[in-house]
Design a protein around this ligand. Structure first.
Ligand code: ADP
Ligand code: MG
Length: 559
């Protein structure tokens, strides 16, 4: 593990300020430590002198005052460091969380489809929370190690170089121990993080598939599996704790022994009389402080490692998003010389999932005012092709609307597009709320339009006020599909969209409802909209203005 990842500075800008304040507070802390040692040793020496000589101690009051002042400064600096860390942690976490959420949004569902949403969720929530410890303990101590240790060693050297030499010899044992322990813990730590992710993923899997598992009589076995994963997580946690305690002990031992060496060397020279009491005391008070920061770094190392492991996953998301954000200059140049076609043009579109090419160099036009139907067998790449228009599927080639390339449009800018996917994609809430998704109208304002679009899809019998459960529970497959189409039709009206895109809209409908939907689509096309429909159904293809067949590329793979 690197002690500090430079990407933190790039992705969470507030950290610069946090580090600068941390360094300033570190200096204040060093000053208070030196002041404390100085005034304490002076006060003690003056009392000893006065006892020996019988004269009242001089400047004792001033020294005690200085002592009290440095204790106060030290307390204040500790408090400020804590406040700075707490604030730094929460700001950085919120910056990283916001950045990763918007990166995930930009990367889109096709990216999310490639990984477990539970594991992404764990990373963005609990994972980032484990940065608390990193900021609260690890970083401040790291700053102190880099700042305080050299200053203190130089001061000690100036007072008594013998002690400084002993420190310089003993000091490196601590980092050496730390590195050895670090090697041992790194794999334990990583496995711990993986175990947590496995736990989250298995749990989500089981909950989502509960009804399937029940029907196939496998629910019991799954609860055993969850138990197993949980047990595994527990035993790993204990292992991490064991290693943490052990390494804390080893580091303390090394630190204590080093201080003891210096103390013995000072003691011997005090007895011999070759060292002044004031110098000996001053150095002796400072020596432990030299070893404190690095020991603390060691102690908080494990907590920090967990935070950094999680942040690593967040960085992966952010890095991937940044790579994709590089604009494709070549594509833009091609678009400039394009003749202006009214409607949607897909030029030279290819879609790959890893090595698998789902769509290869496809070019097609869906004119404004026409109903364009895309046909082809399952797996031909029809949904992938539509995905390049919604912007959810990464692709090469250019999508043009009225001659303008739209590949770079953000989801929020795609008001020109109304779309319904192959899955209805309904959410918890009323039917009206589902139809109004993405609109700023209230159900009351939109009630006439909602009635109209429900009629368009032959679903006038559905009550817009009907509450649906999560994932649109409470409707039949055909009803859900019609609500999804109605949502796209509503958006087309609400946003004056130029393109209406429907993926297998009538697959679950009877022929009467299907005919009604096709009528509505023809009417919408007649208003000048480019209507693009993917369909297997002959009834749909029969009434198309243009039919595009997609089948050439089934199962082509590169290499
Ligand atoms: P269609 O809609 O014509 O049935 P799709 O566009 O859904 O076809 O899929 C085309 C091919 O790409 C299929 O072989 C499918 O397995 C594959 N595919 C689709 N989505 C993904 C994905 N997210 N990851 C990997 N392969 C995918
Ligand atoms: Mg499909």
């Amino acid at each position: 593990m690197k002690p500090f990842d430079a990407r933190l500075l790039r992705y969470a800008r507030s950290i610069r300020g946090f580090l600068a304040r941390g360094a300033a507070l570190g200096l204040l802390r060093v000053a208070s430590l030196v002041g404390f040692a100085w005034f304490a040793s002076q006060a003690i020496v003056s009392v000893v002198e006065s006892v020996r000589s019988g004269i009242a101690p001089e400047s004792l009051a001033a020294n005690l005052l200085g002592l009290a002042a440095s204790v106060a400064v030290r307390a204040i600096s500790i408090w400020l460091v804590d406040a700075n860390s707490a604030r730094g942690a929460s700001t950085a976490k919120s910056e990283l969380r916001t950045a990763s959420l918007s990166a995930i949004r930009r990367l889109g569902p096709s990216w999310l489809a490639g990984r477990s949403s539970a594991s992404v969720t764990t990373t963005v929530t609990q994972g980032l929370d484990s940065l608390d410890e990193y900021f609260a303990k690890y970083i401040p101590q790291l700053i102190m190690t880099a700042l305080a240790t050299p200053i203190l060693v130089v001061i000690i050297w100036a007072q008594d170089w013998t002690s400084a030499v002993v420190i310089l010899v003993a000091y490196p044992t601590i980092p050496v121990f730390m590195i050895l322990i670090g090697w041992a813990t790194q794999s334990v730590q990583k496995k711990q993080w993986q175990a947590l992710n496995t736990l989250a993923t298995s749990f989500l899997d089981v909950v989502q598939g509960l009804s399937t598992l029940k029907i196939f009589g496998r629910a019991e076995r799954q609860s055993k599996r969850i138990e197993q994963v949980t047990e595994d997580y527990r035993s790993r946690t204990m292992k991490v704790l064991r290693v943490t305690f052990l390494s804390g002990f080893v580091l303390d031992l090394a630190g204590t022994l080093s201080v003891a060496f210096v103390a013995v060397a000072i003691g011997i020279r005090l007895i011999e009389g070759s060292l002044a009491l004031s110098v000996g005391l001053f150095v002796l008070l400072l020596v432990p402080e030299v070893f404190v920061p690095i020991r603390q770094v060691g102690v908080s190392f494990h907590a920090a490692a967990e935070g950094l492991a999680a942040v690593e996953d967040v960085f992966e998301i952010l890095d991937e998003d940044q790579q994709r954000a590089q604009p494709d200059a070549a594509e833009a140049a091609v678009a400039d010389e394009a003749p202006k076609t009214s409607g949607l043009v897909l030029r030279d579109i290819s879609v790959s999932y890893g090595d698998f090419v789902a769509v290869e160099r496809m070019t097609m036009t869906a004119a404004s005012g026409a109903l364009t139907v895309i046909v082809g067998p399952s797996g031909a790449g029809k949904s992938s092709l539509l995905g390049t228009v919604t912007g959810l599927v990464p692709h090469t080639g250019t999508v043009l609307l009225d001659g303008r390339p739209v590949d770079a449009d953000s989801p929020a800018d795609r008001t020109w597009l109304a779309w319904a996917g192959q899955q209805p994609g309904l959410v918890a809430g009323t039917i009206a709320q589902n139809i109004l998704l993405g609109s700023s109208q209230t159900p009351e304002q939109a009630s006439a339009t909602i009635t109209q679009v429900l009629a368009d899809v032959a679903a006038s019998d559905l009550n817009p006020a009907l509450e649906l459960g999560p994932s649109g529970e409470g409707l039949s497959g055909g009803q859900a599909q019609r609500v999804a189409i109605a949502r796209a039709l509503f958006r087309r009206i609400d946003k004056l969209s130029r393109v209406l895109l429907l993926d297998e809209p009538t697959s679950a409908l009877d022929s009467v409802a299907e005919a009604a939907v096709i009528d509505a689509l023809k009417r919408i096309a007649a208003e000048g909209v480019a209507v693009v429909v993917v369909s297997h159904r002959q009834a749909v293809a029969d009434r198309a203005d243009s039919v595009i067949t997609l089948n050439q590329h089934v199962g082509t793979t590169t290499r």
